[in-house]
Ligand binder design. Sequence first.
Ligand SMILES: Cc1cc2nc3c(=O)[nH]c(=O)nc-3n(C[C@H](O)[C@H](O)[C@H](O)COP(=O)(O)OP(=O)(O)OC[C@H]3O[C@@H](n4cnc5c(N)ncnc54)[C@H](O)[C@@H]3O)c2cc1C
Length: 300
Amino acid sequence: MIDASYDCIVIGAGPAGLSASLFLARYLRRTLTFHHNSPRNEYAHGVHGFLGHDGIRPLELLARGRDEVTGYGGLIIEARVDTVEKISAERFRVISGGKTFEARRLLLATGLRDLTPDCPGFREFYGSSVHHCPDCDGYEVKDKRVAVLAHDNNAAGFTANLLTWTRQLTLLTDGREISNDDRAKLTALDIAIRREAIVALEGDEPARQLQRVLFSEGDPLECDALFFNLGTELATNFHETLGCRLDPECGLVWVDDTQQTSVVGVYAAGDVTPQSQLAVVAAAEGAMAAIHIHRSLQDK
Ligand SMILES: Cc1cc2nc3c(=O)[nH]c(=O)nc-3n(C[C@H](O)[C@H](O)[C@H](O)COP(=O)(O)OP(=O)(O)OC[C@H]3O[C@@H](n4cnc5c(N)ncnc54)[C@H](O)[C@@H]3O)c2cc1C
């Protein structure tokens, strides 16, 4: 039995999903938005670079967004979506907590999960003096002593990118090897490398200020901040269930100029797509998706 039917179901109420829901509500589209309160940046101390809201607390930005959506009559449910399914060319089924919902369009705005270090101390400083995104928090470490935890192919590139803000950089490989090319590049840039395994992060916990990294051997590294680059993964496998194609280069959900995935009627916006993973970009993609979802429904 169907519990309710909508023009569009939006899965995710981060900047992408909420921005789409806001536009869809203003287009008077019957829209249902799901979230289960785990936006990607819930640990961040502030959202940087979001014009007009620079530095706003992430949860405040989202609470304001939800108020704006519901103010226009949009419906938001705090519940986890368990399964999604395409049941015909113009019909999608979403099941959440045993209830069944259907819609003519689906928007995936479920974001990414960051692969994070598992050493003691990480959570205490994450989002305040431990970061993963130079675009988001690079300015905050201007001229500071920064440790960089990375060990994949992009370790040298990721570290060198931080030279935009500071020359006091040390790459930590946490017991792994990096390529000879990367080592040569970092040496040429005068960037130190520490290869020992990381044992813990320490600092002023009440202030959430990292002060040093402890290693399995050798002296601790005194520092003011740490950036890590350990990769990300899609937060759900709904793209897989629906048969949406992934971008071969970055492994994220491929979309066309209208934010539509390779499955007609299924749209995607925000971090799940290949564009820069920033809140303002996610919001813009959500708005674009809503505009095109509305148009596609008008054409019928
Ligand atoms: C620590 C940190 C700091 C950051 N700082 C900045 C910054 O300063 N500036 C900036 O521009 N960007 C920043 N970012 C990046 C920014 O947070 C993301 O680009 C942005 O949140 C992406 O928005 P989104 O809507 O695509 O995904 P998200 O914000 O991750 O939202 C995903 C949504 O999907 C929902 N969801 C997932 N699975 C399900 C399910 N099964 N059922 C129901 N709902 C589901 C979640 O509940 C959530 O509502 C930061 C990220 C992190 C991790």
